[in-house]
Design a binder for this molecule. Structure first.
Ligand SMILES: [Fe+2]
Ligand SMILES: [Fe+2]
Length: 309
């Protein structure tokens, strides 16, 4: 049975959960500035990246004639748009503790605008515009591979439980990562659909090329944001002298010690799945587990209660 058929009966829903970080301490992963800043890096990167994906997916939607895939794409866009909103609220928590992030966010936004439908301001001819669209959806599929890996790690290890972290921020991260696992197949299915059944070999080769660019870029972007935040914190300032390799090694050490951050090496080793010709994200995560965790999220429970009123 094709993975798509397995998910046939599952429709994505947007959970418009709300978060309030007014009581969240600066080091929301208690006594762990390294883990706090590494995880907080996603508050900087994800909103702009997720909104870029929403724009690209909306652009792809008119080409999708498959009803279920079309519903999945719409569900994906709704979920990612709300992820971006929630992380924007978390950016307010960083501002509250005087982190200077706004100039950086503007630069990041400008970079993503350069890789929209008209790359670097160039208007593309119709066939090129379609090819560029498949590349952008391929970039989204590559990024979703990493968010799925992060989500699977989060669902399995439950890194911020047992009063080791602020409940509100932990809930935001867990809700987001569980939805990443829930919608893990959509970008890949859309990418394969746009490339066409008859172009499977080309689609395979193109997604390998995309990953060759995305894996180092994703790593460097997280590292850069981590340093940007750590250098503004007296308790974490020493990390600004850590080079990329030392910081990556520290993720493995911290993962073994506290389990509060994912190991970079586990992320990279997951690429052995991506290079398989029969790779499909369906096999990289567990939808039932994601739904179970979502049902226990305090923010989701509060939303369910609100809806029932
Ligand atoms: Fe997301
Ligand atoms: Fe996602």
């Amino acid at each position: 049975m094709h993975p798509k058929q397995r998910l046939e009966n599952h429709y994505l829903e947007q959970r418009r959960v709300q978060f309030d970080f007014s009581n969240t301490p600066e080091h929301w992963i208690y006594d762990n500035p390294f883990a706090t800043h590494l995880i907080n890096a996603v508050h900087l990167i994800l909103p702009v990246g997720e909104l870029w994906m929403c724009r690209s997916f909306n652009e792809a939607l008119p080409y999708v004639k498959d009803e279920k895939l079309s519903a999945d794409v719409k569900g994906f866009v709704h979920q990612e748009a709300h992820h971006a909103s929630a992380h924007k609220i978390a950016q307010g928590y960083l501002r509250h503790y005087d982190y200077d992030i706004d100039q950086f966010l503007v630069s990041l936004d400008n970079i993503f605008k350069q890789i929209d439908a008209a790359p670097f301001g160039f208007t593309l001819s119709s066939p090129l515009a379609y090819r560029w669209l498949t590349i952008r959806i391929g970039i989204a599929a590559a990024a979703e591979h990493f968010t799925t890996m992060l989500g699977t790690w989060c669902l399995e290890d439950q890194p911020w439980q047992n009063n080791t972290a602020d409940k509100m921020m932990s809930d935001l991260m867990t809700w987001h990562l569980a939805e990443e696992v829930e919608h893990r197949s959509v970008a890949f299915d859309l990418y394969m659909y746009l490339c066409g059944e008859e172009n499977k070999t080309f689609a395979y080769l193109q997604r390998q090329m995309i990953m060759l660019a995305i894996a180092p870029l994703f790593t460097f972007a997280i590292y850069h944001c981590f340093k940007k935040l750590a250098q503004q914190d007296a308790q974490a300032r020493h990390y600004q002298n850590y080079g990329l390799l030392r910081s990556l090694a520290l993720t493995a050490i911290e993962n073994a010690r506290s389990k509060q951050v994912p190991s970079f090496f586990a992320m990279i080793s997951s690429l052995r799945h991506w290079v398989k010709p029969n790779y499909h994200p369906f096999y990289e995560g567990d939808t039932n587990k994601a739904l179970q965790v979502l049902n226990h999220s305090p923010a989701v429970k509060a939303l369910t209660k609100l809806r029932a009123c």
